[in-house]
Design a protein around this ligand. Structure first.
Ligand code: C2E
Ligand code: MG
Ligand code: MG
Ligand code: MG
Length: 291
């Protein structure tokens, strides 16, 4: 790298930089081993319909339990997995596991959808649709039970290819959602052409709905836009009753957030489904518990 930057320039590695590189390599190494040792597991966060208050789906979220027992958040290893390409292997595992769990959930009679995140690198894979179809067949699951979450960046990186890929996913019957909506630079022109069924409003906008006026305007505008494009709109990161009321008032379709539930293990999810936990009852119960 230092050589590439030009004949007459020298890049000096300071001890601090050296330490960073060493740490980075150590993480990469243990991440590689984590794939072999199967140190990953999934949590599921419910998505709730704001009209009925019922769980209509879940988002699969990966966690990494390291050898020493420490649980690592995806924000601390997905970027590395993305850079090294390990995300492809990890993503295959996530998808297969999510399908297996969805099979079990559907088999128990709960008709919910499973949302799975696809990072830009995963999205760029050559035969993504074929691979997805194969995994679904092996798990005996209809593609209609799945929603793939992609970011605006994945789409805008190569609009033509995104159109073809999303078309392929839509053709087999799977749903498509734009994650963290409002943080990227997607053009409305392309969004309109893509077979997108859902927009997820980024947590950052939801967070200060009650504070700064400009975020209120953004959330209201995203909901209105989604409606006019006939897309479902989901708010992520809903933590307070005030946010919930605001979103309901403005016609948001679904919510996901700690107010209803944190991401939980499959067993806890099954318990919620068995109890038929509903949004308003859950919120009421929580408000009673708080001192
Ligand atoms: P994301 O797809 O936008 O997922 C939503 C994140 O918001 C999750 O963080 C979730 O725990 C968090 N969240 C949900 N509700 C609340 C809330 O009310 N308050 C707060 N403070 N946070 C809330 P998590 O699980 O740490 O995942 C972070 C990101 O890592 C995800 O963002 C996604 O981009 C990525 N990720 C997670 N699992 C996977 C995976 O299997 N594959 C890929 N490619 N990326 C993944
Ligand atoms: Mg997501
Ligand atoms: Mg999101
Ligand atoms: Mg997010």
């Amino acid at each position: 790298r230092a050589k590439e930057s030009g004949k007459n320039t020298y890049r000096v590695f300071t001890p601090a930089m050296n330490k960073r590189v060493t740490e980075w390599l150590a993480v990469e190494n243990s991440l590689r081993k984590a794939v072999d040792l199967q140190e990953f597991f999934l949590h599921y966060q419910p998505k709730v319909d704001l009209g009925t208050g019922r769980i209509v789906g879940v988002e699969a979220l990966i966690r990494w339990r390291r050898e020493d027992g420490e649980i690592v958040s995806p924000v601390d290893f997905i970027p590395m997995a993305e850079d090294t390409g390990l995300i492809v292997e990890i993503g295959d595992w996530v998808f297969a596991q999510a399908c297996a769990d969805l099979g079990e959930i559907l088999g128990m009679g709960y008709g919910i959808k499973m949302s799975v995140n696809l990072s830009p690198r995963q999205f760029r894979q050559k035969d993504l649709v074929g691979k997805i179809r194969e995994t679904l067949e092996q798990a005996g699951i209809a593609p209609e039970g799945l929603i793939f979450e992609i970011t605006e960046g994945s789409v805008m990186e190569n609009e033509g290819k995104a159109l073809a890929l999303l078309g392929g996913l839509r053709e087999i019957g799977a749903g498509i959602s734009i994650d963290d909506f409002g943080t990227g630079y997607s053009s409305l022109y392309y969004l309109k052409q893509l077979p997108i069924g859902e927009l997820k409003i980024d947590r950052r906008f939801v967070k200060d709905i009650m504070g700064r006026g400009d975020n209120v305007a953004i959330v209201v505008a995203i909901i209105a836009m989604a409606k006019s494009l006939k897309m479902r709109v989901v708010a992520e990161g809903v933590e307070t009753v005030e946010q919930l009321q605001f979103l309901r008032r403005h016609g948001c379709d679904e919510m996901q957030g700690f107010l209803f539930s944190k991401p939980v293990a499959k067993e806890a999810l099954l318990e919620m489904l068995a109890l038929g936990v509903q949004l308003d009852a859950a919120v009421y119960r929580k408000s009673q518990q708080q001192p």
